[in-house]
Design a protein around this ligand. Sequence first.
Ligand code: NAP
Length: 325
Amino acid sequence: MHHESEYRPLADTDILVSPVSLGCWPIAGMTSLDVNDTDSLATLEAAVANGVNFLDTAYCYGANGESERLIARALGHRRDEIVIATKGGIHWDAEGKQVLDGRPDTLRRECEESLKRLQTDRVELLYLHGPDPATPVAESAGALKELMEEGKTRCIGVSNLQIEQLEEFHAVCPIAAFQPPYNMLQRQIEKDTLPWCREHGVSVMVYWPLLKGLLAGKLPRDHVFQPRDGRAKYPMFQGDEWHKNQDFVDRLREIAQEVGKTISQVVVNWTVHQPGITAALCGAKRAHQIEETAGAMGWRLDVGQLAKIDMALEERGEPVVKPAV
Ligand SMILES: NC(=O)c1ccc[n+]([C@@H]2O[C@H](COP(=O)([O-])OP(=O)(O)OC[C@H]3O[C@@H](n4cnc5c(N)ncnc54)[C@H](OP(=O)(O)O)[C@@H]3O)[C@@H](O)[C@H]2O)c1
């Protein structure tokens, strides 16, 4: 089923994006387990087949750009049907540690490399992936503005910035999209950056809508994370927080049953209908996962169901969080 009527404009451009976007980090295979090319290609195809036209990737998704390369392999022949967002400004060093590097030369080089891997001459959206503590945000903004003016990207976004950094960036280069973490249990942006984005007409594309799978409701309470599973390091997957989150997921399960949808569909539907949210970046490494989350489009939770979610959130209380970058 297609959901074009629900597509939303990317800031003030004529680009329309599906409210459910495919997050292309899991297919990079860096922290997700059991990733293989066949399933990753099938996942990308399933996204488009299920009405998802918006793909979120980055220069650093994969040790050697595997995520971008897979997008070109699976969907290169349907380039005009998809909206590609990629990011620059984070890479991996020789020890596999994340490096924030927003210097103008680096951003230009990474953009050229991303376009090559994606086998395209422009993307629709290019983000600064995160703030480089050694480079003023305004300098990174200047470089990205130049890339936009050269036609390498239709517009510019930023991710993981604080409100002062958004202001600083926006003064040099208009921000079309902001990408922060956001989900039912991580709602910090409602207090600061989200109102700023609404005021400035900036689209908000949120990551971790499923809290790295926790809010998909399929991780059993006694789940033991394998050592290579990147999730175990986050507080929400540990100790008391884990049990409180599982109690909350149990409440969502009841609501989902009543709605006749799955937990992840309820969670993503709720997310993309919060005021000011343009899209939820839903990670997947298997076709059935994005098929399921794409089913968050095409319907809406009613007032009574939303009130039950509010009550469940109140019972859950404030969670302990840790930022991604
Ligand atoms: N800008 C940034 O700094 C930043 C940071 C993080 C993420 N992102 C973007 O946001 C996207 C989303 O983040 P994410 O992928 O880390 O987390 P997410 O979307 O919250 O969760 C994705 C994980 O949830 C599980 N899942 C998804 N659909 C499912 C389903 N239907 N049933 C059961 N499990 C399901 C899968 O885990 P399993 O491995 O258990 O199958 C999948 O890998 C990323 O892909 C990336 O594009 C950006």
